[in-house]
Design a protein around this ligand. Structure first.
Ligand code: NDP
Length: 333
């Protein structure tokens, strides 16, 4: 069976040379463990942080060791009472075609709820991040203007739709005309800005948010945040979810300096971390799956086929190749 290992720690943009594909013996489960065949593997922006040798909310990966990822898999062998062969499970496993895991670290996926791949996207970590990040931290109210960056991504696309359901006016930023069209024509965003084709970003935000910004859900940071900042309203909320524009930076550029804006507006800037919501995970998933069933929440998945292409899928996140959740399809059930 094959695994992807971290070959070296990237400086700046990661490249293919930072990954190494190795073939190893298929592991056997010990007591309380199961052998899982990977069906889908997730690639996520936060993994860039794990390639770095620095303490953060997710431990750094070791050079020469297999990397870890959210996985949907099928149990092939079980030495645990709770799971049996054929069960579909999700958890943090290895970037691997097969892996052994403690049954206690896995969650069963109900294939009747929808395509199992959604357990890595809209009905998984990104969906829960969007749900609690927006509702618990952003707290949109009817009539608010909500701006979301990386709006056509896994988290952002859910944030924008939940904001609409909360009665807000929604504006997104994204990196292509195709994404802008998806947001405005299919998801019903009030406006969307292709930041790659816009010279005057601050002007575009001002134009699309004539009543200012009440909630800014930030997945990106950098120049997009600089452009939203001047439009913040009194008592607005900035939800700092991600800063992907900075993840490959070797030197962090100066951020918003105009903190007098916070005095003028009494705005709050608050970070969100999905792992804080472990106890409220199920509640978010139940609501999100109901919105999907009722036709109020749409999602897309960008599925890269083949385990050998996992690094491409990961690198593609930084090029904006994905519309919706970026996944690697590794095997059929
Ligand atoms: P996405 O599906 O949104 O994929 C990443 C997207 O980021 C790309 O598609 C690209 O879209 C955009 N992007 C990449 N580079 C840049 C750049 N330099 N400037 C602007 N946009 C860029 O990923 P996720 O939905 O999984 O994650 C979105 C954000 O949320 C990430 O920052 C991630 O780290 C964060 N996150 C945080 C969590 C938490 O608990 N705090 C949990 C989960 C995610 P485009 O074409 O628009 O450029």
């Amino acid at each position: 069976t094959r695994q992807w290992r971290l070959a070296s720690r990237p400086v700046g943009e990661p490249t293919h040379d930072d990954f190494e594909l190795v073939t190893v013996d298929r592991p056997a489960p010990g007591d309380g463990e199961v052998l899982v065949k990977t069906l889908y593997q997730s690639v996520d922006p936060y993994m860039r942080g794990r390639m770095r040798d620095a303490e953060s909310y997710a431990d750094p990966w070791e050079v020469g060791e297999p990397m870890r990822a959210g996985v949907i898999g099928e149990v092939l062998e079980s030495e645990a009472d709770a799971l049996e062969p054929g069960d579909v499970v999700t958890g943090e496993l290895l970037w691997a075609e097969h892996a052994v895991a403690d049954a206690d670290d896995l969650r069963r996926v109900d294939p009747d709820l929808g395509p199992v791949s959604t357990a890595l996207g809209v009905l998984g970590m990104p969906g829960v991040t969007a749900y609690w990040g927006l509702l618990d931290v952003g707290e949109p109210t009817p009539g608010d203007t909500v701006v979301v960056s990386a709006a056509a991504g896994a988290v952002g696309s859910v944030v924008g739709q939940l904001a609409q359901l909360a009665g807000a006016r929604v504006v997104g930023t994204a990196g292509s005309d195709e994404k802008v069209a998806w947001l405005t024509d299919e998801l019903g965003f009030d406006a969307a800005i292709n930041y790659k084709e816009t010279d005057d970003l601050a002007g575009a935000v001002a134009e699309t948010c004539p009543d200012g910004v009440d909630v800014y859900f930030d997945n990106v940071g950098g120049p997009i945040t600089d452009a939203v900042w001047p439009q913040l309203n009194v008592r607005s909320r900035v939800v700092v979810c991600g800063q992907i524009a900075l993840y490959n930076a070797t030197e962090v550029p100066t951020g918003p300096r105009k903190l007098t804006k916070l005095i003028e507006t009494r705005a709050t800037v608050e970070g969100v971390l999905v792992s804080d919501y472990e106890d409220r995970w199920g509640e978010a998933l139940r609501r999100l799956s109901r919105f999907i069933r009722e036709g109020d929440l749409h999602y897309r998945e960008n599925v890269v086929d083949g385990f050998e292409n996992a690094p491409d899928a990961f690198l593609g996140l930084f090029e904006g190749e994905n519309v919706g959740k970026q996944l690697v399809k590794v095997a059929d059930r």
